[in-house]
Design a protein around this ligand. Structure first.
Ligand code: PYC
Length: 313
């Protein structure tokens, strides 16, 4: 296997959602900022994204994080089954746990550069991680759209490091339970398609590629339960860090959350993120607290003779 590519990874899950952190073996990327490095990753190494994330080594539920070092600490580029992400909350928590596992967390606090801004993350002694996200924003409240096969659905467009449509009404008969996940996946995919077809985008022109639906919580400490459609064909097993940040922004816009107040967001698998926010220079900075567990540390081998080494597309 002399011509094979070897990449070292550490796998974890945060509230059920897996993160694969690439710790060695990835080619150097061009660019000074994480946004430039992400562009280079996309342009030259998309086969590595596919090989790292898709079957036979992974599946559409995985999120990857390429660990990079910067002059001031760490940086990362997040990616998934269909492309690149802006920020990723569960992935940041997984990345901090990975640094701890590798003995590379010399202080509990890191400042992590991402393509959409720098986030602060702190690992607490009990193993939980609190991340202070990039600024979140509620861009449109109560947007009504007509979804073929479903009818009128009303929701908010918000940004929390990625773009979300947070459904508020129109799906009252849809139970937000794990048993109902296939139906939830279908309905949220239809909503995303309607948003795309009808030309709705974020203020910066980005596609609204995440859809969030809410239901009654079942866990003590949770105020709400969600189902989150990720870009592509998978749903988030965690409460979604950027989705919960978007929710914080809409709650603040509606006067439903005060600065410093914390609420529990339950996921479709029953895991919880605790969210709050700080107001700074007119911006909303959400904080998300959750926990990740390491599941594997391995060397992935991409055999040059394997026709499926760059993933099943
Ligand atoms: O936790 O922000 C998040 C996230 C985005 C996509 C999957 N998880």
């Amino acid at each position: 296997m002399s011509g094979s590519t070897r990449i070292q990874v550490v796998d974890s899950h945060t509230g059920g959602e897996p993160t694969r952190v690439v710790v060695a073996g990835f080619p150097d990327l061009e660019g000074d900022t994480m946004a430039e490095k992400r562009a280079d990753f996309s342009a030259r190494y998309d086969h590595l994204r596919r090989g790292l994330i898709l079957e036979p080594r992974g599946s559409d539920i995985w999120v990857g994080a390429l660990l990079l070092t910067t002059e001031t600490g760490f940086g990362t580029v997040f990616f998934n089954d269909v492309g690149m992400l802006g920020m990723c909350g569960h992935g940041t928590i997984g990345l901090v746990e990975t640094l701890h596992h590798l003995g590379r967390l010399s202080e509990p606090v890191i400042h992590l550069e991402t393509p959409v801004g720098t986030v602060r993350a702190e690992r607490h002694e009990n193993g939980e991680v609190t991340l202070q996200n990039v600024a979140a924003k509620a861009e449109v409240l109560d947007l009504a759209i007509e979804v073929p096969g479903i009818g009128r659905v009303v929701g908010d467009v918000a940004y929390g490091g990625n773009y979300f449509f947070l459904v508020r009404s129109g799906l009252e008969d849809l139970e937000v339970t794990f048993a109902n996940r296939a139906k939830l996946l279908q309905v949220t995919t239809d909503i995303r398609q309607a948003l795309i077809d009808q030309g709705y985008r974020g203020e910066n022109g980005q596609i609204i590629d995440h859809v969030e639906v809410f239901g009654a919580p079942t866990q003590p400490g949770a105020k709400s339960k969600n189902f989150v459609l990720c870009p592509g064909t998978a749903f988030d097993r965690s409460p979604c860090g950027t989705g919960t940040s978007s929710k914080v922004a809409t709650m603040v816009a509606r006067g439903e959350l005060k600065e410093g107040e914390e609420f529990g967001q339950e996921s479709i698998t029953g895991s919880i993120f605790y969210a709050s926010f700080q107001s700074k220079d007119g911006q909303i900075l959400p904080s998300i607290r959750g926990r990740a567990y390491i599941t594997a540390q391995s060397t992935l081998i991409f055999d040059e003779n394997d026709p499926l080494r760059w993933g099943i597309v």
